[in-house]
Design a protein around this ligand. Sequence first.
Ligand code: ATP
Ligand code: FE2
Length: 329
Amino acid sequence: MVDKIVLGVESTAHTFGVSIIKGFSVLSNSRRLFTTNKGGMIPVKVAEHHIDVCDDVLKESLDVAGVKLKDIDLIAFSSSPGIGHTLRIGAVFARILASKLDKPLVGVNHCIAHLEIGRILSGLQDPILLYASGANTQIIAYEAGKYRVFGETLDIGIGNFIDSFARELGLGFPGGPKVEELAKKGKKLVDLPYSVKGMDVSLGGILTNLKKKIDSKLFSKEDLCYSVQEIVFAMLVEVTERAVAHTGKTSVVLGGGVACNSRLQEMTRLMCEERNIKFFCPEKQFLVDNAAMIAITGLLIFESDGCISIDASFIDPYKRTDEIIINYR
Ligand code: ATP
Ligand code: FE2
């Protein structure tokens, strides 16, 4: 297992990535991001982007890794969940490679991959994942043969929430890093709804409240950014802490683009310290969407379940984390 060379392909949304790993060592982790000057992601346009860049990303990844295509032992691709148009490009790309090279193929769930890379890089056996990205906000942990979602957003993802708020402030996209910078200069905690519902969080109402506050011009941008981070991250950390208390797990890892935020990292770390449990946050290239996590999870799956046939290598844009049976744990 340690010596297998795996090529991972990521294409669930805006990122097309190719990574080469040897065992669990990451040799390369190349990616290209679809960006726009104005407006959001149109699925067909993102798919065209991925088609345009896929050969370059593959070449770069092989060059950086110093690996030839013929050396690859296994191909892993993100098969769920995500945007159908873009998932399909990654799947076709992976199928072509697998059939051309006559190598085994496995499909990987993207959300589980965010957890597995934290688990493998940290050496922690059984962490809880706080997965905070643009589209997803979930607290995930392993329980009885499956990864369970212990809590999640009831409406929009945390990153999309921060980006919408930043757009209202005229900060541009992506808003997360800009909000983080302004928040450092904020001093006053502005009153915002604290919306935790059982194990879930709701962000839509807070956004509406913020829009009114921005229109009123009574609050500084800095104070609003500071307050958003303090309140919304506290909601996420509260639910994560409750999942820790319920499951009795002894570690937490972070994943997703919003986990790049140093205040979210600090708050999660403090909660873990107070509970005397371990905390791990991967470096940025492994927090955002990346193909290394697909390769690592693909290797775990292959070692326990073997490969899938090309005919059965479906994509499933809506497959939920807790629908997947885990045999490697
Ligand atoms: P997924 O498919 O897993 O949902 P994604 O498409 O949302 O992924 P990511 O790269 O994981 O993509 O996350 C992007 C989000 O991360 C954006 O909403 C961006 O504003 C946010 N983000 C990036 N850096 C920061 C930061 N420092 N603070 C807060 N948010 C951040
Ligand atoms: Fe992701």
